[in-house]
Design a protein around this ligand. Structure first.
Ligand SMILES: Cc1cc2nc3c(=O)[nH]c(=O)nc-3n(C[C@H](O)[C@H](O)[C@H](O)COP(=O)(O)O)c2cc1C
Length: 231
């Protein structure tokens, strides 16, 4: 199993350790990790160059290194500390910089069969809204199986997390690994199909963002009968 971890932080704190713990639970795995902002030190400038040609994004080369691995992965694990009740700023920058992967632009066929887990820790509150930012993105990428794990650790570092809490996290992560491993087939649900249908109508009617986006949909056969979840 190919696993890609995307950390919304450079440091190795509680969120990082929980993500790593989950990845290491899977046997026979190949793990690739990216740290933000270290591996993508930019913000979207809103130039819209990507809308006509993704390669024209000024940060295309760095993005490609990450997204090539994301596309090859079976399981995506995102980790982020909860900052002011949301995902970290570098994680948000990553989300913005990959917005052409959304169903409203150029979704990738490979996304419609992936699994993903979004992990966040907070001192006390806000993990749900922090993971939601990333869960939304994954939904719009077309990922059909998304799990979330948020926990209040009452700590500023992994070392400060109590042994009792660490034992509970370990148990939770083992259960999560079991759930994911036992789910042999992943199906695209109604909500994704419905959203894809809306985006398809938009492209068909020429209401998309660019003629290039429409051409992409056409080339994939999605304006006709083909769908990205077809086997
Ligand atoms: C800038 C900043 C904002 C934070 N905002 C929150 C918050 O909204 N809610 C909360 O409970 N903890 C908050 N915290 C605490 C962290 O979420 C908490 O320590 C978390 O476990 C850190 O994860 P890490 O060890 O992976 O860095 C904040 C910490 C920082 C540095």
């Amino acid at each position: 199993m190919k696993i890609v971890l995307i950390h919304g932080q450079n440091h190795k704190g509680s969120s990082y350790h929980i993500g790593k713990m989950l990845a290491e639970q899977f046997s026979e795995n190949e793990i690739n990790e990216f740290f933000l902002p270290k591996d993508l030190e930019h913000f979207c400038m809103g130039c819209y160059a990507c809308i006509t040609d993704e390669e024209k994004c000024p940060f295309y080369a760095e993005k490609k290194k990450i997204m090539d691995e994301v596309e090859k992965a079976d399981l995506l694990i995102f980790t982020t500390p909860t900052y002011c009740l949301r995902a970290s700023a570098p994680m948000k920058a990553f989300i913005d910089l990959t917005f052409t992967y959304w169903m409203s632009h150029r979704p990738r066929k490979c996304m419609f069969s992936k699994r993903a887990v979004v992990i966040s820790t907070a001192a006390g509150a806000g993990m749900k809204s922090a993971t939601k930012d990333i869960q939304n993105t994954l939904f719009y990428w077309g990922v059909p199986y998304i799990k979330e794990y948020g926990i209040a650790v009452q700590a500023m570092s992994w070392e400060q997390v109590s042994d009792k809490k660490k034992a509970r996290i370990k148990q939770d992560i083992e259960k999560l690994e079991n759930k994911i491993s036992n789910k042999r087939n992943v199906y695209v649900g109604f909500k994704t199909k419905f959203m894809f249908g809306i985006m398809r109508m938009m492209q068909k009617k020429g209401l998309g963002s660019s003629p290039e986006d429409k051409e992409y949909w056409k080339e994939n056969g999605w304006l006709d009968k083909k769908r990205p979840w077809d086997k």
